[in-house]
Design a protein around this ligand. Structure first.
Ligand code: 5GP
Length: 187
């Protein structure tokens, strides 16, 4: 029997999810982050085994063949997947947070209907575009792909349990902490 609950956080690339999530994780030590596998290269500052498991496409495909993923998806010309065993193991200890996009989120929801789906939206598409461009580590082709993808992702928000706006990082983290506390009380 798992002890914790599953929280899925989605939001377009550039919305500031990782900053918000690090605040949330710092405030609640009982939350564990599910580290995904990806075929994209690490960004500056990202660490293997912390932000992602950075793997080759060959390795990723072998993990698919071995049924090691709870879900996986290909977007922005990259493969991303949630290792199943890791999530199950972490759930035995406490709550687990997945930072995954909508296709993966709905896929997990079908297998774990008790999961709570939270979507982080930017204050506006202009703000999102500016954030993506100011990162400086993403080429123009990737920026356009990500903006297109963001528009589609924003259309999925009605299927989420909660939608929170990231106009201010601390306030956004507080809203997510409040949702988690609310779910604690449901026990
Ligand atoms: P980034 O490359 O900016 O880190 O992430 C791009 C997108 O991939 C984000 O929307 C993120 O939530 C999503 N993502 C990260 N890990 C996974 C995963 O394991 N599965 C799925 N389906 N999406 C993921």
């Amino acid at each position: 029997m798992s002890k914790g609950k599953l929280f899925i956080i989605s939001g377009a690339s550039g919305v500031g999810k990782s900053t918000v999530l690090s605040k949330v994780m710092a405030a609640r030590k009982d939350l564990e982050f599910s580290v995904s596998a990806t075929t994209r290269p690490p960004r500056p500052g990202e660490k293997d085994g912390v932000n992602y498991y950075f793997v080759t496409e060959e390795k990723f495909r072998s993990m698919i063949a071995a049924d090691e993923f709870l879900e996986y998806d290909e977007h922005n010309k990259t493969l991303y997947g949630t290792p199943r065993a890791q999530v199950e193991e972490k759930l035995l200890r406490g709550h687990v947070i997945l930072d995954i996009e909508p296709v993966g989120a709905f896929n997990v929801q079908r297998q774990r209907p008790d999961a709570t789906l939270i979507f982080i939206v930017p204050p506006s598409m202009e703000v999102l575009e500016n954030r993506l461009r100011s990162r400086g580590d993403t080429g123009e082709e990737q920026i356009l792909l990500r903006l297109d993808r963001a528009k589609w992702e924003m259309e999925q928000t009605p299927k989420y349990d909660f939608v929170v706006t990231n106009d201010q990082v601390d306030a956004c983290a507080e809203k997510i902490l409040h949702i988690i506390a609310q779910k604690d009380d449901e026990e």
